[in-house]
Design a protein around this ligand. Sequence first.
Ligand code: F6P
Length: 539
Amino acid sequence: MSVSLNTWSVWQDLQQHRQSWDGVTLRQLFREDPQRAQRFSAEACGLYLDYSKHLIDSETVRLLMALARGRHLEDRRAAMFAGEPVNRTEGRAALHAALRAPKGYVMPTVGMNVVPEVHQVLEHMAAFTRSIHEGRWRGATGRPLRKVVNVGIGGSYLGPEMAWKALRAYRHPDMDLRFVANVDGATFVDVTAGLDPAETLFIISSKTFTTLETMTNAHQARHWITSALGEAAVAKHFVAVSTNTDAVKAFGMDAEHMFGFWDWVGGRYSMDSAIGLSTMLAVGPEHFTEMLAGFHAMDIHFQTAPLERNLPVLLGLLALWYNNFWAAHTQAILPYAHDLARFPAYLQQLQMESNGKRVDEDGHPVPVDTGTIIWGEPGTDGQHSFYQLIHQGTRLIPCDFIGFCRPLSALAEQHDLLMANLIAQAEALAFGKTAEELRAEGVAEAQVPFRMFPGNRPSSVVLADALTPHTLGALVALYEHSVFTQGVIWGIDSFDQWGVELGKILAQRIVADIRGAAGHPHDASTQALMARYLLIRGD
Ligand code: F6P
């Protein structure tokens, strides 16, 4: 588009429309429109989205849809699903949708249909998983391998760890999974504490097989195994997930013990690729397949539902509405499910690594704010910590509440309490409590300002029947496509991550300097920090 985003007429219409919201309250909107909850809700793939408690009306939705259409969201979506190189700065496709396409499904991709290759890897993963579960693949001493340690970081860690927790109710009873990501040696020591090498399998998960943290921890793991069981044990106690066959072989693993994926799978879009091997080991191939079906259902919904009823489009545009027109720079992700404890962290990488960009695809500065800051914790824990600021602070923080109608714990009676809290929080944020209400309750005048809740604090509620593998897949795909939607509007490349490179290079220089092998020039602050570190660390 030749016209700059913020000077484009639709953008300016939205800015003007935003002005008309001053003084409007959600109380008033709900009073005036008894159909509002129905009007602003949508359902797909087992997920019910209530977005009626947002600061929107039909005109807002009309303008946001005009924004999406004007930025060619439908064409860009088609290009992504067709395998075009939508990751322009790396010249790659972003074909994660192919990872969950059912067997026999033909992705109308540019060039080769990749689905058969995807299923070859899935079959390899399933065969391996069964051989572990059935005890046909054993450790070097003949013991079954029941402890699995996934060594990986970023997209090669966050999805698997999130899914391990999320699918707690579906775990194979004998399997125990652990995760080593941080290069902090304390992580490795802590995670391996109490593990017996004879029954431990390491999965080295790294798309590139060059990442400093993962390679350091992988070598540590190798040492941990070989010092207990000898060199020959590597073949039985290590498998790799990567796109880099040569590096896997150089580590001493057979290509046969490697599960591959492709450069068209971004790290943060890879939990449903072979990077999900630990997930499959945890829950078995059948449940993994159900999770893929949930992803796929949302892919189809995203491609086919009208934009006005399209869940990822709605979520993406709502996030953008607050980010760009209400100066709300953060968004809270609040799962009311213990099992989704790591979902906010997962979404942090998905959203912030994808859309934390300051230039558009042509390299020109984006004239508006991009990349909403994502954070959150499970409810009800957060209610007793940071919700105070959301309710009564000076900032506007849109919230995504995520809940499930059926409990997955035996303590089912507690579920009513959990869900009552979710529903109550959304109600309290939207409608608040007025000074008049407080006075009518007999609250002393001096206390009124402190006890008042302004309300008008927007939230979405995503409600599903239960946290099943299918629901999890649909939920993750919902956010993936919402991130994509926002990236298209901003005109940025949501699939690269150049912003992580500089720190990596500088860390390598500094480690060489600290170890006395180099003398790179640094600023005075960096020099002083290194000197203090060396002084106190000693030799
Ligand atoms: O943080 C940068 C990044 O490249 C992520 O995008 C990726 O998920 C992570 O590092 C891990 O990379 P790899 O799987 O290649 O080890």
